[in-house]
Design a protein around this ligand. Structure first.
Ligand code: HAM
Length: 447
């Protein structure tokens, strides 16, 4: 039997893993700039959590969950999104007893039984950010800004921020009635799913992917005509803060988002690849009013968003934002004969002990093939140790980029490499390797 990955899942390895780690670290660092802390919650939760939290009328819960009975006949589900689990964890651990708001971010796999296509998987990774306990238009704005900053820091420039408000409960109740009225006369020509949506929550009809139904939905009433004064004022404040920071946005009055917990402001971020590729929304989120209470916790408002990390990576790759990311290896050690193997082993251990990354075949290697291997592995330096060198108490150190080789006393090797690595780091960040740098350090050297 030839085992293949399950449809809609994929292996991540090679350069992709470096790039994906880089994105995760960068996003985490940005979230931490906004004083968010990391949380990890289980991938498996009781099914009821998503039914109540993510929402029974959402497509995700109705059609896309990986749900099964465990050996104890409990209905469990592989999380289709992270928000419900994070809020559950805040309640289970009474994190709300500390200072409010609670600001958490999380990274991990989610599962949705969807039709796999470009940018759409059955197992995918989310970077999710949640702020619970601050019911303010400013917090809504700050959350959108944080999402945008993550992407700007990665190098994205042309981002499309779509934003809307679906209002408070009163506004949404009025809007639902209006939608019911509009769709009731048209439902006979619409898909089976929309029949159910009309009963459960007519707002969900607006997310229907069937082209004919989307055409009908275009003529539906708009939420903006049903907003309470409070919701309008709140949204105006959020927009003005985002505007003041010079972030461009489009108010998209058809954006309602597919999950049930949202209220007030919702948003999505889109971008296109170098050749116009569209992977769907890179991220989306919004304000949620009653989720914590719905899950048995205190009545605290929240706001958050999640990025689909595969989509972020595909887009960033297509736009060449990650070309500089590759596996890092400081040194490759080439022992030239049996007699130097023990010393070579000890030198490698010493270097690693000093924080220098080293790879070595642990057996004898010819210099020519060793150097080729070192280059293939992306090492910055090769170390060559033969019997002659050992007798003299030295080692050959070759800069694989500059193709320069020097002889270094064994007792100085670690220090020497550390200095050279620092120089390289400096050249990379400040001189861009063009040799025409006028930074303070270099000008001082020239004097
Ligand atoms: P969502 O819009 O369902 O929101 O998902 C967030 C992001 O996850 C999407 O914009 C997309 O990039 C990615 N994504 C979703 N499904 C897939 C898939 N099948 N394959 C690849 N990527 C996918 C949420 O999940 C909310 N929990 C976000 C949130 C947090 N709202 C408030 N707090």
């Amino acid at each position: 039997m030839n085992y293949q990955p399950i449809k809609g899942t994929h292996d991540i390895y090679g350069q992709e893993i470096e790039k994906s780690q880089y994105i995760e670290e960068l996003f985490s660092a940005v979230a931490e700039l906004y004083a968010y802390r990391k949380i990890e919650t289980p991938i498996l939760e009781y099914t009821a959590l998503f039914q109540r939290g993510t929402g029974e009328s959402s497509d995700v819960v109705r059609k896309e969950m990986y749900t099964f009975l465990d050996k104890g006949e409990r209905s469990l589900t592989l999380r289709p999104e992270m928000t419900a689990g994070i809020i559950r964890s805040i309640i289970s651990n009474k994190l709300y007893a500390d200072d409010l708001p609670i600001k958490l971010y999380s990274i991990g796999p989610c599962f949705r039984y969807e039709r796999p296509q470009l940018g759409r998987y059955r197992q995918f990774k989310q970077f999710s950010v949640e702020n619970l306990g601050s019911d303010s238009a400013r917090t809504d704005a700050e959350t959108v800004i944080l999402a945008m900053q993550c992407l700007y820091m990665l190098g994205f420039k042309d981002l499309e921020l779509k934003i809307n408000t679906i209002g408070d409960k009163e506004s949404r109740d009025a809007y639902r009635e209006a939608l019911k009225g509009y769709f009731s006369s048209k439902i006979d020509s619409m898909c089976e799913d929309c029949h159910q949506r009309l009963e459960l929550n007519p707002l969900r009809i607006l997310d229907c992917k069937v082209p004919e139904d989307q055409e009908i939905a275009k003529g539906a009433p708009k939420i903006k005509d049903y907003l309470s004064d409070a919701s309008q004022d709140r949204f105006a404040l959020t927009l003005s803060i985002i505007n003041d920071l010079g972030i461009e946005y489009e108010v998209d009055d058809s954006l309602v988002r597919g999950l049930d917990y949202y209220s007030e402001m919702v948003f999505e971020i889109h971008a296109k690849g170098e050749n116009g590729e569209d992977f769907g929304a890179i991220g989306g989120g919004g304000h949620y009013g009653g989720l914590s209470k719905e899950l048995g916790g205190p009545d605290l408002a929240g706001v958050g968003f999640a990025f689909g990390l595969e989509r972020v990576l595909s887009l960033a790759d297509s736009l060449h934002l990650l070309d500089h990311i590759k596996a890092e290896l400081d040194c490759y050690m080439i022992p030239m004969s049996e007699k130097v193997l023990n010393d070579s082993f000890n030198i490698v251990s010493e270097l690693r002990g000093n924080g220098i990354s080293v790879d070595s075949p642990l057996g004898v290697q010819k210099v020519g093939s060793g150097l080729k291997k070192a280059e293939r592995k992306g090492a910055k330096f090769a170390l060559i140790l033969g019997e002659d060198e050992l007798e003299k108490g030295v080692i050959q150190l070759k800069d694989l980029n500059k193709k320069e080789q020097i002889e270094v006393p064994l007792e100085e090797i670690s220090e020497q490499i550390e200095e050279l690595l620092e120089e390289k780091e400096h050249e990379h960040h400040c001189c861009h390797g063009d040799g025409e740098c006028h930074c303070h350090d270099h000008e001082k050297e020239e004097e």
